[in-house]
Design a protein around this ligand. Sequence first.
Ligand SMILES: [Zn+2]
Length: 218
Amino acid sequence: MLGLNVERSAAPLRILCVGAHSDDIEIGCGGTLSQLARRRPRPEFRWVVWSAAGSRAREAERGAQKFLGSAAKGAVQLHEFRDGYFPSHLHAIKDAFERLAREFRPDVVFTHTRDDRHQDHRVVSDLTWNTFRNQLILEYEIPKWDGDLGQPNLFVPLSGSAARRKSKALLNVFGTQRGKDWFSEETFLGLLRLRGIECRAAGGYAEAFHARKILFSL
Ligand SMILES: [Zn+2]
C-alpha cells in the first residue's frame, strides 16, 4: 500500500491532541502518538482533555505520561466541563478552543471523528474543524455501544508488541473505567487487529483515522 510520509523538516512537528474525556486520546491514537514522540527532532505536544476532574484528571496526566514519555512534560491541559453535557456548554468550550488556538499553533491535530455519536465527542470534533483551518486534522475512532465506527481512510501500522503495550496501558492507567463491559484489552486489540488487516500492516495491527482533507503539495 502506498504511504503518506509526514515531511521530515528540521523544525519540530507541533502536535495537538484533543479528547472529550480522559482515555479518549489514548484509545484513539495512543500508539500513533507514542511513535511520534520518538521522532527527532522531538515534536512539541499539546494534550487537551475537556472533561477531567478529580481522579479523571490524575488518569489524564498518567495517560499522557505513559504514551508520550518525557514529551508529556508541560503538554497537558485539563478542563472540567461536565461529562455528558458538552452541547449545553458549547459557548464556553468554543471560547476555550479559541484561546487554545492563540496559544498553540499545531501542524497536526488529532480529534474525535465527525460521525461519533457521543454528544461530547461530537462537540469536540466540530469545534476542532471550526477553530483549526490551516492544519492537517486526523480524526480518531472510539469503539463503544453506539456502534458508530465508520470506514477510516488513513492508517498507522503498529507492531504486535506496540498494540499489546497500548492495550495493557489503557487497562493499567484508567482504573475508573475497568468496570465497564467494553473496556477490555480484547476490545482494543480487536479493533487494532481489524484495522491492521485493512491496511495490510506488516506487524498485523494499526490505528485508523478519518482524514477528510489533505493538502498534497508538490
Ligand atoms: Zn469520551
